[in-house]
Design a binder for this molecule. Sequence first.
Ligand code: HEC
Length: 169
Amino acid sequence: MLKIKNFLIFLSFVALLVTINQVAFSAEKKASSELTRLMVDIDRSYKKSEAISGYYDYSDEEWDILYDSGTVVSRLTKEVQAKYGRPDNKKYEDLMEAMRDAAQKMADIANKKRGKDGALEDVQWQVRKLRNSCAECHRLLNIHIYPNLYPKKKHRREEGIFKDWGKPD
Ligand code: HEC
Protein backbone atom coordinates (compact mmCIF):
# COMPACT_ATOMS: atom_id res chain seq x y z
CA MET A 1 0.00 0.00 0.00
CA LEU A 2 2.74 2.38 0.99
CA LYS A 3 4.57 1.59 -2.20
CA ILE A 4 1.57 2.51 -4.37
CA LYS A 5 1.18 5.76 -2.49
CA ASN A 6 4.84 6.59 -3.01
CA PHE A 7 4.50 5.75 -6.66
CA LEU A 8 1.49 8.07 -7.00
CA ILE A 9 3.39 10.90 -5.34
CA PHE A 10 6.24 10.25 -7.73
CA LEU A 11 3.84 10.30 -10.70
CA SER A 12 2.27 13.61 -9.77
CA PHE A 13 5.74 15.02 -9.28
CA VAL A 14 6.68 14.00 -12.81
CA ALA A 15 3.44 15.51 -14.15
CA LEU A 16 4.23 18.76 -12.36
CA LEU A 17 7.73 18.88 -13.84
CA VAL A 18 6.38 18.29 -17.33
CA THR A 19 3.87 21.12 -16.91
CA ILE A 20 6.51 23.56 -15.63
CA ASN A 21 8.67 22.68 -18.58
CA GLN A 22 5.88 23.34 -21.08
CA VAL A 23 4.99 26.69 -19.56
CA ALA A 24 8.64 27.76 -19.60
CA PHE A 25 9.04 26.61 -23.20
CA SER A 26 6.01 28.49 -24.51
CA ALA A 27 7.09 31.65 -22.67
CA GLU A 28 10.47 31.38 -24.34
CA LYS A 29 8.85 30.87 -27.73
CA LYS A 30 6.62 33.89 -27.25
CA ALA A 31 9.55 36.10 -26.20
CA SER A 32 11.56 35.00 -29.18
CA SER A 33 8.73 35.62 -31.64
CA GLU A 34 8.21 39.13 -30.29
CA LEU A 35 11.90 39.85 -30.77
CA THR A 36 11.55 38.52 -34.32
CA ARG A 37 8.61 40.84 -34.95
CA LEU A 38 10.56 43.84 -33.62
CA MET A 39 13.48 42.93 -35.87
CA VAL A 40 11.18 42.63 -38.89
CA ASP A 41 9.83 46.11 -38.13
CA ILE A 42 13.36 47.47 -37.73
CA ASP A 43 14.24 45.86 -41.06
CA ARG A 44 11.26 47.43 -42.81
CA SER A 45 12.13 50.92 -41.57
CA TYR A 46 15.85 50.54 -42.14
CA LYS A 47 15.30 49.51 -45.78
CA LYS A 48 13.57 52.81 -46.54
CA SER A 49 16.71 54.79 -45.76
CA GLU A 50 18.98 52.15 -47.25
CA ALA A 51 17.06 52.43 -50.56
CA ILE A 52 18.01 56.10 -50.93
CA SER A 53 21.42 55.93 -49.29
CA GLY A 54 23.35 56.41 -52.54
CA TYR A 55 21.61 59.58 -53.70
CA TYR A 56 23.56 62.76 -54.46
CA ASP A 57 20.82 65.04 -53.21
CA TYR A 58 17.69 64.72 -51.08
CA SER A 59 14.31 66.33 -51.57
CA ASP A 60 12.27 67.32 -48.52
CA GLU A 61 10.23 64.11 -48.82
CA GLU A 62 13.43 62.08 -48.81
CA TRP A 63 14.71 63.90 -45.73
CA ASP A 64 11.36 63.01 -44.14
CA ILE A 65 11.92 59.36 -45.01
CA LEU A 66 15.35 59.49 -43.33
CA TYR A 67 13.85 61.22 -40.32
CA ASP A 68 11.05 58.67 -39.96
CA SER A 69 13.32 55.71 -40.57
CA GLY A 70 15.83 56.89 -37.94
CA THR A 71 13.13 57.71 -35.41
CA VAL A 72 11.34 54.37 -35.78
CA VAL A 73 14.53 52.27 -35.68
CA SER A 74 15.73 54.17 -32.63
CA ARG A 75 12.41 53.69 -30.82
CA LEU A 76 12.17 49.99 -31.69
CA THR A 77 15.78 49.44 -30.66
CA LYS A 78 15.05 50.98 -27.26
CA GLU A 79 12.21 48.50 -26.91
CA VAL A 80 14.54 45.62 -27.78
CA GLN A 81 17.12 46.94 -25.31
CA ALA A 82 14.54 47.18 -22.54
CA LYS A 83 12.96 43.78 -23.14
CA TYR A 84 15.68 41.63 -24.64
CA GLY A 85 18.92 42.94 -23.23
CA ARG A 86 21.76 40.47 -22.81
CA PRO A 87 23.87 41.81 -19.94
CA ASP A 88 26.07 38.72 -20.20
CA ASN A 89 27.16 39.66 -23.71
CA LYS A 90 28.93 43.02 -23.88
CA LYS A 91 29.54 42.87 -27.61
CA TYR A 92 25.83 42.31 -28.24
CA GLU A 93 24.90 45.21 -25.96
CA ASP A 94 27.45 47.51 -27.64
CA LEU A 95 26.16 46.65 -31.12
CA MET A 96 22.58 47.22 -30.02
CA GLU A 97 23.61 50.63 -28.69
CA ALA A 98 25.50 51.34 -31.94
CA MET A 99 22.29 50.62 -33.87
CA ARG A 100 20.26 52.93 -31.63
CA ASP A 101 22.89 55.67 -31.80
CA ALA A 102 23.21 55.64 -35.61
CA ALA A 103 19.43 55.64 -36.07
CA GLN A 104 19.01 58.53 -33.62
CA LYS A 105 21.75 60.53 -35.36
CA MET A 106 20.07 59.96 -38.73
CA ALA A 107 16.87 61.42 -37.32
CA ASP A 108 18.69 64.36 -35.69
CA ILE A 109 20.58 65.25 -38.87
CA ALA A 110 17.39 65.04 -40.94
CA ASN A 111 15.63 67.15 -38.37
CA LYS A 112 18.19 69.90 -37.76
CA LYS A 113 20.73 69.89 -40.55
CA ARG A 114 18.81 69.06 -43.70
CA GLY A 115 19.80 71.28 -46.60
CA LYS A 116 22.93 72.50 -44.80
CA ASP A 117 26.52 71.89 -45.89
CA GLY A 118 27.69 68.36 -45.19
CA ALA A 119 24.28 67.10 -44.06
CA LEU A 120 24.03 64.61 -46.93
CA GLU A 121 27.46 63.09 -46.17
CA ASP A 122 26.72 63.04 -42.45
CA VAL A 123 23.42 61.24 -42.80
CA GLN A 124 24.80 58.73 -45.29
CA TRP A 125 27.65 57.98 -42.88
CA GLN A 126 25.09 57.16 -40.19
CA VAL A 127 23.12 54.91 -42.57
CA ARG A 128 26.37 53.03 -43.15
CA LYS A 129 27.04 52.75 -39.45
CA LEU A 130 23.51 51.46 -38.99
CA ARG A 131 24.01 48.83 -41.68
CA ASN A 132 27.30 47.78 -40.09
CA SER A 133 25.60 47.28 -36.74
CA CYS A 134 23.07 44.88 -38.34
CA ALA A 135 25.76 42.93 -40.13
CA GLU A 136 28.11 42.74 -37.15
CA CYS A 137 25.49 41.60 -34.67
CA HIS A 138 24.08 39.00 -37.04
CA ARG A 139 27.60 37.78 -37.71
CA LEU A 140 28.23 37.59 -33.99
CA LEU A 141 25.11 35.44 -33.56
CA ASN A 142 25.55 33.58 -36.85
CA ILE A 143 22.19 34.80 -38.14
CA HIS A 144 21.54 35.00 -41.88
CA ILE A 145 18.59 37.29 -42.42
CA TYR A 146 18.49 37.31 -46.20
CA PRO A 147 18.32 33.65 -47.26
CA ASN A 148 18.77 34.48 -50.95
CA LEU A 149 22.29 35.66 -50.11
CA TYR A 150 23.04 32.36 -48.44
CA PRO A 151 21.52 29.70 -50.71
CA LYS A 152 23.31 26.87 -48.93
CA LYS A 153 21.98 27.85 -45.53
CA LYS A 154 18.35 27.18 -44.82
CA HIS A 155 16.44 30.17 -43.60
CA ARG A 156 16.19 30.07 -39.83
CA ARG A 157 12.43 30.33 -40.01
CA GLU A 158 12.18 27.27 -42.29
CA GLU A 159 14.24 25.35 -39.80
CA GLY A 160 12.08 26.61 -36.99
CA ILE A 161 15.14 27.76 -35.08
CA PHE A 162 14.08 30.64 -32.92
CA LYS A 163 15.61 30.09 -29.56
CA ASP A 164 19.17 29.05 -30.27
CA TRP A 165 20.30 32.29 -31.84
CA GLY A 166 22.74 32.87 -29.00
CA LYS A 167 24.97 30.01 -30.09
CA PRO A 168 26.64 29.62 -33.48
CA ASP A 169 25.30 26.62 -35.39
C1 HEC B 1 22.77 43.69 -31.32
C2 HEC B 1 22.20 42.67 -32.14
C3 HEC B 1 21.41 42.97 -33.37
C4 HEC B 1 21.48 44.07 -34.19
C5 HEC B 1 22.35 45.31 -34.07
C6 HEC B 1 20.54 43.83 -35.26
N1 HEC B 1 19.92 42.62 -35.10
FE1 HEC B 1 18.57 41.80 -36.35
N2 HEC B 1 18.51 40.14 -35.20
C7 HEC B 1 19.09 40.02 -33.96
C8 HEC B 1 18.62 38.82 -33.33
C9 HEC B 1 19.01 38.33 -31.95
C10 HEC B 1 17.73 38.21 -34.23
C11 HEC B 1 16.98 36.91 -34.06
C12 HEC B 1 15.63 37.17 -33.46
C13 HEC B 1 14.87 35.86 -33.32
O1 HEC B 1 15.16 35.13 -32.38
O2 HEC B 1 14.06 35.58 -34.19
C14 HEC B 1 17.70 39.07 -35.41
C15 HEC B 1 16.94 38.80 -36.53
C16 HEC B 1 16.74 39.69 -37.56
C17 HEC B 1 15.90 39.44 -38.70
C18 HEC B 1 15.22 38.12 -39.02
C19 HEC B 1 13.83 38.04 -38.48
C20 HEC B 1 13.23 36.70 -38.96
O3 HEC B 1 12.39 36.74 -39.85
O4 HEC B 1 13.66 35.66 -38.47
C21 HEC B 1 15.92 40.56 -39.48
C22 HEC B 1 15.21 40.77 -40.80
C23 HEC B 1 16.79 41.51 -38.81
N3 HEC B 1 17.28 40.95 -37.66
C24 HEC B 1 17.06 42.77 -39.29
C25 HEC B 1 17.97 43.66 -38.71
C26 HEC B 1 18.38 44.92 -39.27
C27 HEC B 1 17.88 45.49 -40.58
C28 HEC B 1 19.28 45.46 -38.42
C29 HEC B 1 20.00 46.78 -38.52
C30 HEC B 1 19.31 47.96 -38.87
C31 HEC B 1 19.46 44.52 -37.32
N4 HEC B 1 18.65 43.44 -37.54
C32 HEC B 1 20.32 44.73 -36.29
C33 HEC B 1 20.01 40.86 -33.40
C34 HEC B 1 20.41 42.08 -33.94
